[in-house]
Design a protein around this ligand. Structure first.
Ligand SMILES: Cc1cc2nc3c(=O)[nH]c(=O)nc-3n(C[C@H](O)[C@H](O)[C@H](O)COP(=O)(O)OP(=O)(O)OC[C@H]3O[C@@H](n4cnc5c(N)ncnc54)[C@H](O)[C@@H]3O)c2cc1C
Length: 395
């Protein structure tokens, strides 16, 4: 990538960015159409190869500390890698897994050995069981219960949209403490999926074509030792918010990657495709769609990189919260607009599943919904704006 027009990055940052880009271009993108045609799945030996390469290239668990076997990357470097992973469809980039970075600071030694370190090594895989029928944007409305019973907790609840449950072997289960000093507070617990009482209720189909499913999962009288509690009783919501902040930034980065790929592909097509005796890019209507897309991508990218650097520099958590919401809001809405224009530029081909614009048009839609909808991001930003003012938020 030329340095003339892009963000100032160190040599190490560029090397990491290039490593991720080559992995995406050489190994992942070639499997997109196959995945689309096979319910998101690719041959097992290829899936295993991608998993091994992600580890060998030092991209897997890039967000985890090096002393635990992770990549120890800066937030900016993680953003650069996520951006590249965003250039591929069908969630093939998910072979680069980022375990919960908040965990090492709060889990016990036993929990570290049993769940977190094996996850960093790629031997175990987690998922998040938080959302419920009656609790989506308003997480505090969860009805799942966590009841202390001697040396155990008894868990009950039905969770929705549990992403990757089919490829994970343990969940972070979030419920409300039923009684005792912390009654009504949130608790988060490790739950191995082979624990009696964990059951898939239904596997709904979603707009995208991913191998990772989002089932409805019942936790019925599930008993886990008290040592499975993450942190302390009442802490559960804080971990969820920390994860949201991180994921919102990474979603922004992936959306920038998706938009870049779409603009590249749509530009190449518009230069090549001839109608009425000339390439369609010579029509101002087409050229302006590309110009708007590139301009918006640049804005989103600058915002995303700058926020990552702010976090690396120790930005106050409340400001991080607002800025992560702004980056996710803007980048996800930008990518949605870019995908819509790309479909239009490809014309009928843009409506075919073998076309990258068609796939991104479907896949990017969820980035305005998960990890907090666009409306929730606006609520967060507006709340912080009222409290801190423009200068307080943007400097
Ligand atoms: C593909 C997918 C994967 C997911 N993976 C997971 C997962 O792994 N684990 C997990 O726990 N959850 C997961 N989720 C759940 C996701 O986080 C929620 O869908 C999301 O937070 C929105 O909640 P909801 O769907 O219940 O919508 P609702 O909260 O019911 O919102 C419906 C509409 O009302 C709007 N709205 C709600 N409140 C307000 C308000 N105060 N102001 C303005 N507008 C408002 C929303 O913006 C939205 O437009 C996933 C969802 C999807 C679609």
């Amino acid at each position: 990538m030329s340095s003339a027009t892009s963000y100032p990055l160190s040599g190490e940052d560029r090397e990491i960015q290039g490593r991720a880009r080559r992995f995406v271009d050489d190994e992942l993108i070639p499997w997109e159409v196959y995945a689309e045609e096979h319910e998101g799945r690719i041959p097992e030996d290829t899936r295993e190869r991608h998993h091994r390469l992600a580890i060998d290239l030092g991209l897997f668990a890039m967000n985890m500390p090096t002393e635990l076997g992770g990549g120890g990357m800066t937030m900016l470097q993680q953003t650069l890698v996520s951006e590249q992973l965003g250039r591929v469809t069908n969630a093939l980039g998910w072979c680069v897994h980022t375990p919960p970075a908040w965990a090492p600071a709060v889990v016990t030694h036993e929990q570290l050995d049993r769940w977190i370190v094996p996850t960093i090594r790629g031997e175990r895989h987690e998922c998040y069981a938080i959302t419920e029928e009656g609790a989506g944007s308003g997480v505090d409305a969860i009805a799942a219960t966590v009841r202390r019973d001697g040396d155990e907790y008894l868990l009950n609840g039905i969770k929705m949209h549990v992403t990757s449950f089919n490829s994970a072997n343990y969940s972070f289960f979030q419920g409300k403490i039923a009684d005792g000093d912390h009654a009504g507070g949130h608790a988060m617990l490790f739950v191995d999926h082979d624990t009696p009482g964990v059951r898939v209720v239904r596997v709904p189909r979603y707009t995208h074509t991913y191998a990772d499913q989002h089932p409805i999962v019942a936790f019925e009288d599930v008993r886990v030792p008290v040592s499975n509690l993450v942190g302390r009783e009442g802490d559960g919501l804080a971990f969820t918010y920390e994860w949201f902040r991180y994921e919102r930034l990474m979603i922004a980065a992936r959306c920038c990657g998706a938009a870049e790929r779409l603009i590249e592909e749509a530009t190449a097509f518009a230069k090549d495709r001839t109608q009425f005796g000339g390439p369609i890019i010579e029509n101002q209507a087409i050229a302006h769609m590309l110009a708007d897309s590139l301009t918006e991508l640049w804005a989103a990218r600058l915002m995303t990189y700058r926020l990552a650097e702010n976090i690396d520099a120790g930005l106050d958590v409340k400001l991080q919260h607002a800025q992560c919401s702004m980056a996710k809001l803007y980048a996800s809405e930008m990518a949605g607009r870019v995908a819509d224009r790309a479909v239009q530029i490809f014309g009928g081909r843009g409506y075919m599943r073998e076309n990258v614009a068609e796939r991104f048009y479907r896949e990017l839609r969820v980035d305005r919904i998960w990890e907090g909808t666009s409306e929730i991001q606006r609520n967060i930003v507006a709340d912080q704006l009222a409290k801190r003012g423009v200068l307080g938020l943007l400097g």
